[in-house]
Design a protein around this ligand. Structure first.
Ligand code: ATP
Ligand code: MG
Length: 421
């Protein structure tokens, strides 16, 4: 006997509407894992027998948008949330080539390029990557379906097991190697022996993944509260060398160890709701110890002297650490700004109010707080550098009065700083 899985109201409503319209609909993917493990789902994936056009007809053209080429998905607006709905698919035959397109380098013959043939719920379960990812849940009838027959047991035992022959499944789509290790890092799961053997031999296939998709996966990992655990799992299975080669190369160095401590603290604070998850902050956290080692005093927490050379070095180190990924420029710029502001927190010549109201204060302050939690444990720093909302109560630095002041749009507190993911 299992407990009823408690899903959010809009999701329940969405499944109910699809079912009322005569379709089959289930919650799938990460949300089921989280619900079964007593965690708060970060988002929900829905799978249904309705085609993208039929989904649009159920929710109205204004609320539902078809997106994607490789997979056609529908984004449905439910109040403030956007929920992703996919149609059941069957496993495609791997064609090994993209019609009409020249291939720059040879790819494994089983790699999948097309994955859009609609199918039944059962076929859809079998095309998924791991048994724990192939569970389907109908919240209206409280039905949990386990078509592979191993999903529920593997979930309870914490085992990542490939559906089908793991080597072949990784060849079809090498991102599955990364996804397997994400489950290890995120939940503390272990790989079943056959899956682990294939993970260890298939890692290099990831180089055949289009750069944009690979970089997007890395961004998702950086955004995760479990980023430290995931990077550890990558290293343990010899996969980090393909994702962040700089970090792998420096794995046994003190800066790497300190970066992981900072990342772990960041994860804790995200899970406790004390700070939002931010890709650029994660980038800054990973790069900071290497910057200290190169341009600082070589000691954690001593920071560096702010000057033009330091700024250039920050830019270069960020680039090196996140090679070969073409991270979105905005993220790299935001990470640079977080890092370059750090010495300002200790510079007596800097005007405190100016820093409090500077663009990027929020993330830069969080970086400072992470260092404080791990290293300094200085209560005065917390008092001196309040959260932006509290900072908002401080008088702004006086500006020269304009002759005819233009009306300024009022920024809500949550939009006063550049929104990230
Ligand atoms: P997260 O919590 O990170 O969203 P997730 O498992 O839900 O984890 P998604 O990328 O949202 O990951 O994918 C939803 C589901 O789609 C997965 O649980 C899995 O069943 C299936 N899936 C995703 N990517 C693949 C893939 N490359 N190969 C096979 N199945 C996949
Ligand atoms: Mg998901």
């Amino acid at each position: 006997m299992r407990d009823k899985l408690v899903v959010s109201k809009p999701i329940y409503e969405l499944v109910r509407q699809l079912k009322n319209a005569g379709y089959i609909a289930y919650i799938v993917g990460g949300a089921i894992r989280d619900l079964m493990l007593g965690r708060e789902p970060k988002d929900y994936d829905i799978s249904t027998s309705a085609t993208p056009e039929e989904i649009r007809a159920v929710f109205g053209r204004r609320n539902a948008r078809i997106i994607g080429k490789r997979f056609q998905l529908v984004h449905v607006r439910m109040g403030p949330d956007i929920i992703e709905i996919s149609t059941f698919r069957r496993s495609p035959e791997s064609t090994g080539q993209i019609p009409g397109k020249a291939r720059p380098r040879p790819v494994p013959e089983n790699m999948i390029f097309r994955d859009n043939d609609f199918g039944t719920a059962e076929e859809d379960a079998w095309r998924r990557d791991f048994t724990v990812n192939a569970l389907f849940y109908d919240p209206v009838n409280d039905d949990l379906l386990d078509y592979t027959g191993c999903g529920i047991d593997d979930m309870h035992a914490g085992i990542v097991r490939s559906i089908g022959e793991p080597g072949l499944r990784f060849e079809e789509d090498p991102v599955r190697v990364l996804r397997a290790l994400k489950l290890v890092g995120q939940y503390g799961f272990t790989l079943d022996p056959a899956t682990e053997a294939a993970v260890r031999t298939s890692g290099s296939l990831i180089e055949h993944t289009p750069a944009s998709r690979f970089s997007l996966e890395i961004e998702k990992i950086l955004k995760s509260a479990y980023c430290d655990g995931i990077l550890n799992a990558f290293h343990d299975c010899d996969f980090l060398q393909y994702c962040l080669p700089y970090l792998e190369l420096n794995w046994n160095s003190p800066p790497r160890a300190y970066a992981m401590q900072l990342l772990a603290e960041r994860g804790r604070r995200i899970l406790e709701g004390r700070y939002r998850s931010s890709i650029s902050l994660a980038m800054a956290v990973i790069a900071l110890p290497f910057i200290e080692a190169e341009i600082g005093f070589g000691q954690h927490g001593r920071l560096w002297t702010k000057n033009y050379a330091a700024l250039t070095a920050i830019r270069r180190i960020i680039k090196e650490v996140f090679q070969p990924h073409n991270m979105i420029k905005r993220l790299a710029v935001s990470a640079q700004s977080i890092l370059s502001l750090q010495p300002d927190f200790f510079n007596p010549d800097k005007k405190r109010d100016k820093l409090l109201h500077s663009h990027g204060y929020e993330h830069a302050r969080e970086m400072l707080m992470l260092q404080n939690a791990v290293l300094w444990q200085d209560e005065r720093l917390i008092a001196k550098w309040p959260k932006p909302l509290e900072a908002g109560k401080h008088p702004r630095p006086t500006r020269r009065k304009r002759r005819r002041p233009k009306p300024q749009p009022r920024l809500r507190p949550d939009t006063a700083y550049p929104a990230e993911h």
